[in-house]
Design a protein around this ligand. Structure first.
Ligand SMILES: CCCCCCCC(=O)SCCNC(=O)CCNC(=O)[C@H](O)C(C)(C)COP(=O)(O)OP(=O)(O)OC[C@H]1O[C@@H](n2cnc3c(N)ncnc32)[C@H](O)[C@@H]1OP(=O)(O)O
Length: 190
């Protein structure tokens, strides 16, 4: 394995670092009022759903306070280069883990920003052991960091990330956006 020749900074930029005055996280568990009827028993999530055929099926293992642990077993469908996980999918596994941290704070959040550092390749057949934790809360913004290790929960770090999650109203998930996704009418200016 190659050793990084320069010392890397942490994963968080100024946009994913809690500002002065941010509050410490308070882990309350997910708020059941945030699970709409449509979301109940939904297994189509590409990150963790059992019904997403080539999805990541990230397994949620453990929650301690505001720290969440998950595992992602890399399958052939997740390859980028032969035998190695695609970086975008590793970011997805991280998004799943970090997003879960925000929801465990009782906040209905979506990803606003996700930053990733890749430190080592993750082989097909390998298990990425992910961990995410909250670094602060400021208004609607939840700041989260995480890391993924290979070869075991204490193995070498393969990916690090920092994310900003933003609280949204229920309407974010219930609104019918079909019309918004259609191509604009011919001649309409963008
Ligand atoms: C268990 C569940 C696990 C789930 C894991 C998976 C999570 C996902 O993948 S969610 C899907 C991907 N994400 C999305 O689709 C989100 C799309 N984006 C949006 O809907 C909107 O842009 C949204 C909600 C993030 C923000 O919009 P809006 O509600 O209008 O708020 P807005 O005023 O723009 O932003 C709120 C605050 O966040 C900040 N902010 C928003 N985006 C960013 C960003 N990218 N970088 C830095 N700051 C940001 C704003 O500056 C603002 O800060 P302040 O309160 O200090 O002024």
């Amino acid at each position: 394995m190659t050793t990084p020749s320069v010392r890397r900074p942490g994963p968080a930029s100024s946009r994913t670092t809690p500002p002065e005055g941010a509050a410490a996280p308070v882990a309350t568990g997910p708020d059941p009022r945030h699970t709409t009827e449509r979301m109940m028993d939904f297994q189509g999530c590409f990150g963790c759903g059992a019904d997403a055929a080539d999805g990541l099926r990230v397994a949620h293992r453990d929650v301690t306070g505001h720290e969440v642990r998950t595992e992602f077993t890399v399958r052939e469908a997740h390859q980028g280069a032969p035998g190695l996980a695609h970086g975008g999918l590793l970011a997805t596994a991280m998004d799943e883990t970090l997003g879960s941290v925000a929801w465990h704070l009782g906040k209905r959040c979506v990803t606003g920003r996700l930053e990733t550092d890749y430190l080592a390749p993750v082989p097909v057949g390998g298990v990425l052991h992910l961990r995410g934790w909250c670094t602060g809360v400021h208004g609607r913004k939840v700041y989260v960091e995480g890391e993924g290790r290979i070869g075991g929960p204490d193995g070498p770090v393969a990916i690090r990330a920092a994310g900003l999650f933003v609280e949204v109203p229920e309407e974010h998930f219930t609104r019918d956006r079909t019309a918004e996704a259609r191509p604009a009418a011919a001649g309409a200016e963008g």
